[in-house]
Design a protein around this ligand. Structure first.
Ligand SMILES: C[S@@+](CC[C@H](N)C(=O)[O-])C[C@H]1O[C@@H](n2cnc3c(N)ncnc32)[C@H](O)[C@@H]1O
Length: 326
């Protein structure tokens, strides 16, 4: 293992010291301390272009030692336990190859919940929490969110299940359907739903966009989606962590990045109840084109946008018009 070889603990030499001296020798010279490994790891990660080498090295050390970063600091000057040297070296080697930190630790926090993640799913992003926030606001404003009535919601392209599960936690009265084309992703989403005690509330279905809910026209109060939205020509310029490791199927939004919005906006309204909401995360610079697509849909009105924490337009939403009965 190229990563682990640097961290071999030296073997003890013939005793030349008194027991006290030997203990001092073992503690402070023969075995690397956590601090010395941290410093080597930072140098190693920085030399491979990792953006936050100190943070990542600390997280990996804490992970191996089964503590958190605060706990790590209390034992910085302790000898690093030899039994963990190899595991740490392996993780460091993988991070140096730019595998995302969250795939190494196997978790990502979203909506203050811990989600299992691995290479089968996109790592949930903090800006996607704005999808959940905006959805809850729209539902509450439009009085769909009445504790007495069951809400039916559909999450298209659920990935790790982060949006569906956050909504299930916030809306215990909701009945949620979640689809994904990737059966691998649905395995993880299901595990996450179990982990957070909402598996009974969510039905996971495999298939293309709305196909798994065919026959459920006029059924949903909400369709939410964070679809793949990277234009094909931009895939190659994504950060190495993303283009090298995250699933392409979660990223590729077609030639101009808008393929999924066209389909969701043309087919989605048929699945919404009158006054139901379609809420979609969008990529940087896509707002005008997607709003235009929404405005060209006669079944949709009250379209609008919401910004993420960085102030960028991040969400487009629209409401299914009420049917006029003459
Ligand atoms: C950008 S990721 C979003 C994942 C998750 N909802 C999130 O916000 O982190 C897009 C998801 O859409 C899924 N997907 C891609 N093409 C699809 C299709 N044709 N039908 C259904 N899901 C699709 C991918 O597998 C991926 O899980």
């Amino acid at each position: 293992m190229p990563g682990s070889s640097k961290f071999k603990v030296q073997s003890k030499e013939q005793p030349r010291f008194s027991p006290v001296q030997q203990e001092f020798q073992d503690r402070y010279t023969l075995q690397p301390t956590t601090a010395s490994l941290l410093s080597q790891a930072i140098t190693e990660l920085a030399s491979h272009g990792v953006l936050n080498p100190r943070l990542d090295a600390e997280v990996l050390l804490a992970y191996v030692l089964r503590t958190n970063r605060a706990g790590l600091y209390t034992r910085l000057h302790d000898p690093f336990p030899p039994e963990h040297v190899e595991a740490f070296g392996d993780l460091l080697h993988r991070r140096a190859r730019r595998e995302p930190l969250q795939y190494l630790t196997g978790t990502r926090e979203f909506w203050s919940l811990e989600f299992k993640v691995d290479r089968r799913v996109l790592i949930p992003r903090p800006e996607t929490e704005v999808v959940v926030e905006t959805t809850l606001r729209l539902l509450r404003q439009s009085a769909i969110c009445n504790p007495q009535s069951t809400i039916r919601a559909l999450d298209v392209g659920t990935g790790s299940g982060c949006i569906a599960i956050a909504l299930a936690k916030e809306l215990p009265q909701a009945e949620i359907w979640a689809t994904d084309i990737s059966s691998d992703a649905l395995i993880i989403a299901n595990e996450n739903a179990q982990r957070h005690g909402v598996a009974e509330q969510i039905r996971f279905l495999q298939g293309d966009l709305l196909t798994p809910v065919a026959g459920k026209e006029n059924s949903f109060d909400l369709i939410v989606s964070n679809p793949p939205y990277i234009a094909q020509e931009d895939l190659d310029i994504l950060q190495l962590e993303v283009r090298g490791w995250e699933p392409l199927v979660a990223l590729d939004g077609g030639p101009d990045g808008l393929a999924f919005y066209r389909r969701l906006l043309s087919k989605g309204p048929a699945y919404l109840r009158p006054n139901g909401w379609l809420v979609m995360e969008i990529g940087h610079g896509q707002q005008a084109a997607i709003l235009c697509l929404a405005q060209n849909q006669p079944d949709l009105s009250k379209d609008g946008c919401a910004r993420d924490y960085a102030g960028r337009e991040r969400i487009v939403f629209a409401c299914k018009v009420e049917t006029c009965v003459n």
